[in-house]
Design a protein around this ligand. Structure first.
Ligand code: ADP
Ligand code: MG
Length: 621
């Protein structure tokens, strides 16, 4: 217990200290957002008490209404924001106004370069919240009394590393935050300026914000208004408020669903990637309300994590207010709402993809990799997700849909072809593509880490199998193409290669599974492919990276019968004494190593590679 007559001093958690240094020194021109943050906290505090009072009505006894008050004292040079929300106990204060609960804060601050620190939107997006007060104040006092308790407390700090907590008096529940405005922030001591800020950022706050006798805001939940009555500016403002975001919403999905189950969704797709998009928690940020009462953020089951880029609100009058988080998860009504939301979001994305492909490309760059997780996790929705997926391809400058790919398929082409690699540029230059390019057969170029996973789960699209071009035979013979009626005679080439193949197999031994003539090469002498039935090259690479496979499988080395080097090697392999031809042996290893390099791998024995290369170069010079 604390001695209620003493003033205690505490040091801020290290991360808070670092954050405060950045905030206080910030040259950020949008310092006015401090007011939005404080009003948003006051509104959260009212939301929390309203929710708590559902099960403990005594908490709001005698004062059931909620309000937020803004006050200005030009003489004392203070601005204050007060609320009659949940308030904070001594321990709440210690826990919340001295630490940052958000996971990954330290890592986030480590990532910030010096330039980023001036670019406040990065930090703002992270949600500095309460601490933004120190952009405009050189001292902040918080007087607070928790609903249902008698004791009140004063928290005070100059934002320079330490804060104090001491007993205080306060007649009603709730919190008053008083800012002692800095010399260089006098503009915030002007009546008109404060009104303007509230009008800009806080009009949609669901509780009245009063300034003297006057109420400054509309105080109605924005999502409950008719969609056509909400302007783009109001959406942007609400999105900024609810998502801690600074960008514009890329897409707004606002509608009311009536039926057996009624709900409203007001969802935003951001136009930039939120910083936590690829965090391991894969946490969503859509808030659940029941009949305008805030219940919780990102309840499990409301939205799948492959839609975690969404921001905004879902409000249903048909869920029970008193339901616990655990029961909510298994509530079949929530599952129904989720189904409706997923369908709606994918439908809106599809519209956008069809109507505005360029804008959609921006969305896809930001969130495509996240959406593709759904191909693995949400089997029943796979087809719908595939419809809004876009891919780089050998046939299109921009991105293509599977639908469009299918419409371009050649006569005799049965499969949708793809190649996967770690790097987009490397993939586009893969030797395995050469034969497909020559016949003008389109290949999808996949290079997101998640691509390795989903292709295992998507056998086909509209009955057309998806097929990797780095596994199995090349299929190219069956496809009619520009060169199919050409006058070369590839059939005879097979026979010609047999001596060379025999020599290579002996020399390379277990390092290759087989050596075969290739149908898929035109420019390169060799490439590696996975044998039919073996694991695809990209999946193997993934498993090796995750330590689930120690060594790679032996691959099939394919030879280009029309390549000059191969032709010369064929002659050498036919000659007498070929079995003891050192140059032929070195060439065998060099060919295998160059095929590995083209796949983005490195030769397993770099020294041997260099030695052989030098021998061959030496004899050529
Ligand atoms: P956030 O709002 O994202 O949680 P903030 O930095 O804005 O982060 O606030 C930190 C915490 O301080 C809040 O989560 C809340 O617990 C507490 N807090 C801030 N202002 C108030 C207030 N007016 N009433 C009650 N609690 C508050
Ligand atoms: Mg806040």
């Amino acid at each position: 217990m604390t001695d209620s007559n003493t003033k205690e001093e505490f040091v801020f958690q290290t991360e808070v200290g670092r954050l405060l240094d950045i905030v206080a020194g910030s040259l950020y021109s949008n310092r006015e957002i401090f007011l939005r943050e404080l009003i948003s906290n006051a509104s959260d505090a009212c939301d929390k008490l309203r929710h708590a009072a559902l099960t403990a009505p005594s908490l709001t006894e005698g004062d059931p209404g909620f309000r937020i008050g803004l006050a200005l004292d030009a003489k004392a040079k203070t601005v204050s924001v007060s609320d009659n929300g949940i308030g904070m106990s001594h321990d709440d204060l210690l826990e919340t106004l001295g630490t940052i609960a958000k996971s990954g804060t330290g890592a986030f601050l480590d990532q910030l370069g010096d330039d980023d620190k001036q670019n406040f939107s990065l930090i703002g997006q992270f949600g500095v919240g309460f601490y933004s007060a120190f952009m405009v104040a050189d001292r902040v006092d918080v007087v607070t009394r928790k609903a249902g308790e008698d004791e009140a407390w004063l928290w005070s700090s100059d934002g320079k590393g330490a804060f104090t907590i001491e007993p205080a008096t306060r007649d009603e529940r709730g919190t008053t935050v008083t800012l002692h405005i800095k010399k260089d922030a006098k503009e915030f001591l002007e009546d008109a300026r404060l009104r303007h800020i509230v009008a800009t950022y806080s009009d949609h706050v669901g509780f009245p914000v009063t300034f003297g006798e006057e109420t400054l805001n509309a105080a109605s939940a924005i999502w409950a208004r008719a969609p056509k009555d909400v302007t783009a500016e109001q959406h942007t403002e609400f999105y900024h408020h609810s998502a801690h975001a600074f960008d514009e919403p890329w897409l707004t999905i606002h509608n009311r669903v009536e039926g057996v189950l009624s709900y409203i969704n007001l969802l935003y797709v951001p136009s930039t990637q939120p910083f936590d998009l690829f965090n391991a928690e894969r946490k969503g940020h859509v808030k659940l309300y029941v009949n305008r009462v805030f219940i919780t953020e990102d309840p499990e089951g409301l939205l799948p994590s492959y839609l975690r880029f969404l921001r905004g609100v879902v409000d249903s009058e048909d869920l029970s207010l008193n339901i616990s988080r655990e029961m909510l998860q298994t509530d079949p009504k929530l599952a129904k709402i989720r189904q409706g939301l997923v369908r709606r979001v994918l439908g809106e994305l599809k519209k956008k993809a069809d109507k505005a492909p360029d804008e959609y490309a921006t969305f896809w760059r930001n969130f495509g990799a996240v959406l593709k997780e759904g191909l693995v996790e949400d089997g029943p929705t796979q087809e719908k997700i595939l419809e809004v997926c876009r891919f780089a391809s050998t046939a299109a400058d921009g991105l293509t849909s599977l639908e469009d790919y299918a419409s371009r398929m050649k006569e005799g082409q049965e499969a949708i072809y793809y190649i996967i690699g770690e790097d987009a540029a490397q993939v586009a230059n893969s030797p395995q593509l050469e034969g497909f390019r020559a016949k003008d057969v389109e290949v999808l170029l996949l290079s997101d880490p998640v691509d390795d996973f989903w292709v295992q789960h998507v056998p086909s699209f509209k009955d057309k199998p998806l097929k990797s071009i780095t596994r199995g035979g090349s299929d190219l013979d069956a496809i009619a193409g520009e060169e199919s009626s050409g006058d070369e005679a590839p059939a005879s080439a097979d026979a010609d290669l047999s001596d060379l193949i025999a020599v290579l197999k002996v020399e390379l031994g277990d390092a290759v599974k087989d050596v075969r003539p290739s149908k898929r090469l035109t420019d390169s002498p060799v490439c590696l492919v996975a044998d039919e039935g073996d694991m695809d090259v990209s999946l193997e690479r993934l498993l090796r990276r995750h330590g689930q496979m120690a060594e790679g499988l032996a691959r099939v080395l394919e030879l280009n019968p029309d390549h000059d080097i191969i032709k010369k090697l064929v002659l050498r392999a036919k000659a007498e004494g070929a079995a003891n031809d050192d140059l032929l042996k070195d060439a065998a290893h060099l060919l295998l190593d160059q095929a590995r390099i083209a796949d983005g791998d490195s030769p397993p024995d770099a020294a041997a590679f260099a030695r052989r290369l030098n021998v061959v170069l030496g004899s050529a010079l």
